[in-house]
Ligand binder design. Structure first.
Ligand code: ZN
Length: 389
């Protein structure tokens, strides 16, 4: 998730996503509209006697709305720092903290797989929220009634931070409760299996939340949808990661013997004819045996039909090459393809020679073999032909 960088603390950049810029003023407005009702709720919760009439005068509701909304999101930010600082202590890297539509997200460079680490990191956020709630309550009770405006804000934050902590403990990814559940499930079984179980619970929970939202609050449906997607994504990624553990690029790649290449002088017509007969849609391009580019069906198709005899591979190939070494992890190759949005990576050894190519198809085939219990040694022998998307 992208966002505008607004500063950093403890070496962690803090970002604002554009959705946050909508939700913050909305919150302020909703609070301002509901001041009178909120005063009643705070009075009932804490047995206090604030007078709503004094807080609904003139522009005061708007000031209180803005202060409460800012305080709430400040609390969300501190909640995320709770997770992040504990993670930093364990030696994990934090990419950034982003505030968005549904609160805050701390992006980890890698997720902890040690269940103890995950448990403590996950629980640290809600603990911060509870402490903020208690602190706000103390401020609420110790301030005199002459400053009811400030007491309103603290009373509101006392309730909301406790609600926030409780809400985050619900058992769906990516909420903290989902991570706590996975950590507990991973105590005596593999991480990937625990993730799938926790994700399954998260999906059932999201479904129930969505149903409940249908009759109560449409916001819950949005949230349920988000939890469902996140649970599926988390399960999928962990499954792939577990499948490719200890598997290197050279295990999966289409190796030199089976590699089909083109020279940069090949015309686009000839290239398309080869793509048709060989049923490949991506070729490494060689000049004097050295890799100089990659040409794909998309590149060739962009040339108008009448000009396909005149244009050559070197005119359309991409020379901005993302390569990978044969001893790199297969998972790294997968991530690199996703990050650069390419379907294949040339595999280049330390001497700079092209020794193979790894494509998404290679990865999918390998994944299917591993999932069905096949030995990784059988990978790398293509069944349908190398270099396909
Ligand atoms: Zn959290």
């Amino acid at each position: 998730m992208r966002g505008l960088r607004i500063g950093s603390a403890f070496g962690i950049p803090v970002r604002l996503n554009w959705t946050f810029l909508i939700v913050l003023p909305l919150f302020a407005v909703f609070i301002a509209w509901d001041i009178a009702e909120l005063v009643v709720v705070i009075n009932q919760t804490f047995g206090a006697t604030m007078n709503p009439n004094q807080l609904t005068d003139g522009t005061l509701p708007w000031v209180l709305g803005l202060a409460s909304a800012l305080g709430l999101f400040g609390g969300v930010l501190l909640h995320e720092f709770g997770h992040s600082l504990v993670a930093l202590r364990y030696g994990y890297e934090i990419d950034s903290i982003t505030l968005w539509l549904l609160g805050g997200v701390a992006s980890f460079t890698e997720f902890p797989e040690d269940w103890r680490h995950e448990l403590v990191i996950a629980i640290a956020g809600p603990i911060v929220s509870v402490l903020l709630g208690v602190g706000s309550y103390v401020a609420f009770t110790s301030l005199p009634s002459s400053v009811d405006a400030a007491r309103f804000v603290f009373g509101y934050l006392a309730i909301l931070n406790i609600v926030l902590a409780a809400f985050n403990l619900l058992p769906g990814f990516p909420m903290d409760g989902g991570r706590i559940l996975r950590a507990l499930l991973a105590r005596n079984q593999p991480h990937a299996k625990a993730t799938q179980q926790a994700a399954a619970v998260g999906k059932v929970f999201a479904f129930g939340l969505g149903l409940f939202g249908l009759f109560t609050n449409l916001f819950l449906i949005v949230l349920a949808f988000f939890i469902y997607i996140a649970a599926s994504g988390e399960a999928q990624q962990t499954t792939i990661k577990a499948a490719f553990e200890d598997i290197t690029v050279s295990d999966v790649m289409t190796s030199e013997e089976n590699l089909k290449t083109v020279s940069e002088e090949t015309t686009i017509s000839d290239l398309l004819a080869r793509m048709f007969t060989e049923r490949h849609i991506g070729y490494p391009v060689l000049r004097n045996g050295n890799l100089v580019g990659i040409v794909t069906l998309d590149d060739a198709g962009a040339v108008e039909e009448a000009e396909r005899d005149a244009y050559r591979v070197e005119d359309v190939m991409s020379t901005d090459l993302h390569t990978i070494t044969p001893d790199a992890d297969a998972m790294t190759a997968f991530q690199q393809m996703q990050q650069n949005d390419v379907g294949r990576l040339p595999v280049v050894n330390e001497a700079g020679d092209l020794v193979g190519i790894i494509s998404r198809t290679d990865m999918m085939r390998a994944f299917n073999v591993i999932q069905s219990g096949g030995p990784p040694q059988t990978l790398g022998q293509p069944t349908s032909g190398p270099g396909l998307q």
